[in-house]
Design a protein around this ligand. Structure first.
Ligand SMILES: *[C@@H]1O[C@H](CO)[C@@H](O)[C@H](O)[C@H]1NC(C)=O
Ligand SMILES: *[C@@H]1O[C@H](CO)[C@@H](O)[C@H](O)[C@H]1NC(C)=O
Ligand SMILES: *[C@@H]1O[C@H](CO)[C@@H](O)[C@H](O)[C@H]1NC(C)=O
Ligand SMILES: *[C@@H]1O[C@H](CO)[C@@H](O)[C@H](O)[C@H]1NC(C)=O
Ligand SMILES: *[C@@H]1O[C@H](CO)[C@@H](O)[C@H](O)[C@H]1NC(C)=O
Ligand SMILES: *[C@@H]1O[C@H](CO)[C@@H](O)[C@H](O)[C@H]1NC(C)=O
Ligand SMILES: *[C@@H]1O[C@H](CO)[C@@H](O)[C@H](O)[C@H]1NC(C)=O
Ligand SMILES: *[C@@H]1O[C@H](CO)[C@@H](O)[C@H](O)[C@H]1NC(C)=O
Ligand SMILES: *[C@@H]1O[C@H](CO)[C@@H](O)[C@H](O)[C@H]1NC(C)=O
Ligand SMILES: *[C@@H]1O[C@H](CO)[C@@H](O)[C@H](O)[C@H]1NC(C)=O
Ligand SMILES: *[C@@H]1O[C@H](CO)[C@@H](O)[C@H](O)[C@H]1NC(C)=O
Ligand SMILES: *[C@@H]1O[C@H](CO)[C@@H](O)[C@H](O)[C@H]1NC(C)=O
Length: 621
């Protein structure tokens, strides 16, 4: 707002004209307002050491201070100072405490350092103080209790230490306390429960310690409680579950104990976000959660919740994420996985993560009725049995599918080839049998495929050569009996891992193996591969790990292997290799070398890895 410029017309009555003129002269001489405000702003500027975007260049004598950038006056008194995200560095002047009409002080996302001046406590009209994302250090001054009109206190993301002053409990108009990401200690003062208008407390990522005071249950207007990573212990007081307008309850990464009251569905009908991961919570997940119909996010992984998981999700149509990994559900009852049926109404569901949950049932066909928005589906490391339903092919949006570490039997349904967005598929350590479906070759987004430790047989589909993003392929520990398809070795995207070990692969290693120039880990051990080691293997110059152990390779170690000089672990044991042990191996930085049980002749080199008796073996050579 511009200061009102008195414009005096001689045509007005003489007295009015005179009065007008005098007023004009006085206001002009004193910048049309309170000189104290002017001095306070000049002091503010004088303590800024860096102003990269010129936020304060207009702060000079050419302009009235009420026209300075970021300054707002009412009746010539500064009421708002708003200079956020200006890259300002320096200290906050204690003179700001003289801006006695100030209501908003907003200087978040700058680089203010030093302490928060206790003089701010003189700002009795202040309603918004936002110092977020600066480098303030020291304590939150107890004097802020003088700002008795304060509605919103934001000092998050600074370097503050000490405790949350209990004097804050005197600020009876306070509705928002935002102190997250500091180094505050000393617990949550129970005294804060005296504040009756609190709508949000955000204190996550402070090493506060102590309990959640039951007095916070007095905050009948509380909508958001954020106390994640606060080193809290003890129970979540029942009074918290009584806050009927609570929408966001976020207490992850503490050591909270106890269980969730069975009435939660009735007492917290507005709940939107429930985040309790990484605590020590026990007991059943109350069935009444089925009535929290506004829930969008349920994160309760890494706790000790137990018993049959029987929440009915039919009314929770806004849910987009459920993560419950690392709990002790699992009743062993036949309908243990029935809850999946009720998820079909959750048409926004994107993430369903239920790994390490102790589930013991059969994956129902209704899995195919999950949302077509679903991106991430994990049932890894449970004890699921039965076949993988072919309806999985309906989940056309899926990018991640994790089913490893279960007891799933039967074939991999070819419908999986419909999931064009799949990037990561893990089904290792199950009892999958039959052929690897050719349809996997349709998954052009695939980055990682882990089917190891199953009972898969037959061939390696050459169609995998179409997965042009594949960088990790695990097919080890199956019953595959085939030659290695050259299409697979021509996949230049295979930069990380190719593990075909512990199968019944036969025939020679195709010369195309030399195309795997980016590959770091190649394990072909424990197969029936025969013939010479191809010279082209020397082109795999990125290899750090190479094992051909337990095959029928014969002939010499090709001199070309001298190019694979980064290899740290090399195992050629249990083959029919012959000739001399090549001297170039002495120059390799090998951690481990096993050449045992071959037919090598001549002298064993003595330097390099060969000088360390623990790192190499040539037993039976
Ligand atoms: C004040 O700032 C304005 C705008 O940055 C500039 O044009 C003007 O020359 C400055 N006046 C003085 C006296 O520094
Ligand atoms: C913080 O301020 C910088 C400019 O200094 C700006 O680029 C950035 O977007 C701001 N960040 C936020 C979260 O507002
Ligand atoms: C303003 O504040 C400063 C520091 O708190 C103080 O030294 C000064 O006397 C105050 N008064 C005026 C009129 O500047
Ligand atoms: C200016 O503000 C100061 C500090 O708030 C106050 O003491 C003084 O009386 C004010 N002066 C005028 C002329 O308003
Ligand atoms: C802080 O508050 C105390 C008690 O109200 C007062 O005596 C002291 O002057 C205040 N400090 C500042 C810097 O305003
Ligand atoms: C927090 O305080 C502790 C103890 O004073 C200190 O060791 C730690 O480095 C501080 N952390 C940060 C992020 O300032
Ligand atoms: C504020 O809360 C504390 C502890 O919770 C209590 O002892 C005290 O009496 C309360 N004060 C007021 C003014 O309500
Ligand atoms: C929760 O609210 C009910 C009804 O308002 C009340 O009877 C009960 O005592 C409250 N429980 C707690 C722990 O505050
Ligand atoms: C509370 O949850 C809602 C819904 O997810 C979200 O939009 C809002 O930003 C959350 N509040 C805060 C302070 O993060
Ligand atoms: C959900 O709420 C309804 C109506 O209040 C109640 O009858 C039902 O028992 C509740 N369901 C659960 C599972 O608590
Ligand atoms: C599932 O959603 C449909 C419409 O979206 C609704 O008619 C139906 O009642 C819901 N089912 C349950 C059990 O709430
Ligand atoms: C999927 O939903 C449809 C329609 O609601 C239903 O007819 C079908 O039986 C469900 N499929 C499974 C496998 O539950």
């Amino acid at each position: 707002m511009k200061p009102s410029q008195p414009i005096c017309y001689p045509s007005s009555s003489r007295l009015v004209y005179l009065f007008c003129l005098v007023t004009f002269l006085i206001t002009t001489a004193s910048y049309g307002g309170n000189e104290t405000d002017h001095l306070a702003l000049l002091s503010f500027k004088s303590m800024i050491t860096h102003d990269p975007y010129g936020a304060l260049t207009s702060w000079n004598s050419s302009f009235h201070f009420c026209d300075w950038n970021g300054v707002l006056c009412e009746k010539n008194r500064v009421t708002r100072l708003r200079l956020f995200s200006q890259g300002l560095a320096g200290y906050l002047s204690p003179h700001v405490g003289n801006l006695s009409f100030l209501r908003y002080l907003v200087i978040d996302n700058n680089s203010f350092q030093g302490t928060i001046p206790p003089e701010l406590g003189r700002l009795s009209r202040l309603s918004l103080l936002n110092l977020d994302s600066n480098k303030f250090e020291g304590v939150i001054p107890t004097n802020l209790s003088g700002c008795y009109n304060l509605d919103t206190l934001v000092v998050s993301a600074n370097r503050l230490v000490g405790s949350i002053p209990k004097e804050i409990g005197f600020l009876s108009k306070l509705a928002f306390i935002v102190v997250h990401r500091n180094n505050l200690t000393g617990g949550i003062p129970p005294f804060l429960g005296n504040l009756t208008l609190i709508e949000s407390l955000s204190a996550s990522r402070n090493p506060l310690g102590g309990n959640i005071p039951h007095t916070l249950g007095n905050w009948k207007s509380l909508k958001e409680l954020y106390l994640g990573v606060c080193n809290l212990n003890g129970i979540i007081p029942d009074s918290i579950y009584n806050l009927s307008v609570l929408t966001n309850l976020s207490l992850p990464d503490n050591q909270l104990t106890g269980s969730i009251p069975s009435t939660i569905g009735a007492t917290l009908p507005q709940l939107v976000n429930l985040q309790l991961s990484n605590n020590k919570l026990t007991g059943h997940l109350p069935l009444s959660i089925s009535n929290c119909s506004k829930l969008e996010l349920i994160e309760m992984s890494e706790n000790k919740f137990n018993g049959k998981f029987a929440v009915d999700f039919a009314k929770l149509i806004d849910l987009y994420q459920i993560t419950l990994d690392g709990n002790l559900f699992g009743s062993g009852e036949a309908d243990e996985m029935k809850f999946i049926d009720s998820l079909k109404n959750c048409s926004m569901l994107q993430i369903l993560s239920l790994a390490y949950c102790n589930f013991k049932g059969v994956l129902p066909g209704s899995i195919g009725n999950l949302s077509d928005q679903l991106l991430y589906l994990s049932f890894g490391e449970n004890q699921l049995y039965g076949n993988l339903p072919s309806s999985i092919g309906n989940l056309v949006g899926l990018t991640n599918l994790h089913l490893g570490g279960n007891r799933i039997t039967g074939k991999i349904p070819p419908t999986i080839g419909k999931l064009q967005n799949l990037g990561v598929v893990t089904m290792f350590k199950n009892q999958l049998a039959g052929l690897i479906p050719d349809a996997l070759g349709n998954l052009s987004s695939l980055i990682k495929l882990a089917l190891n430790s199953n009972r898969l047989e037959g061939r390696i589909p050459p169609s995998l050569g179409n997965c042009h993003k594949l960088s990790q392929l695990f097919l080890g520990d199956n019953k595959i009996s085939d030659t290695i398809p050259k299409e697979l070795l021509q996949l230049s995207s295979l930069s990380f891992i190719l593990n075909l070990s512990h199968n019944n692969l036969f025939g020679s290693l195709p010369t195309e193996v030399g195309d795997l120039k980016m590959l770091t880990y190649l394990d072909l051990s424990h197969n029936n591969l025969s013939g010479n080691i191809p010279d082209s293997l020397g082109s795999c110059t990125s290899l750090l790990f190479l094992s051909l152990k337990g095959n029928l390779f014969q002939g010499i170690i090709p001199p070309s292997l001298s190019s694979v000089r980064g290899v740290a672990r090399l195992d050629l044991s249990y083959n029919n290799l012959s000739g001399q042990i090549p001297r170039f191996l002495e120059r390799f930085s090998l951690e481990y070398l096993d050449l045992s049980f071959n037919d090598f002749v001549g002298e064993v080199p003595v330097s390099g890895v060969f000088a360390n008796a623990n790192a190499f073996s040539i037993l039976g050579a």
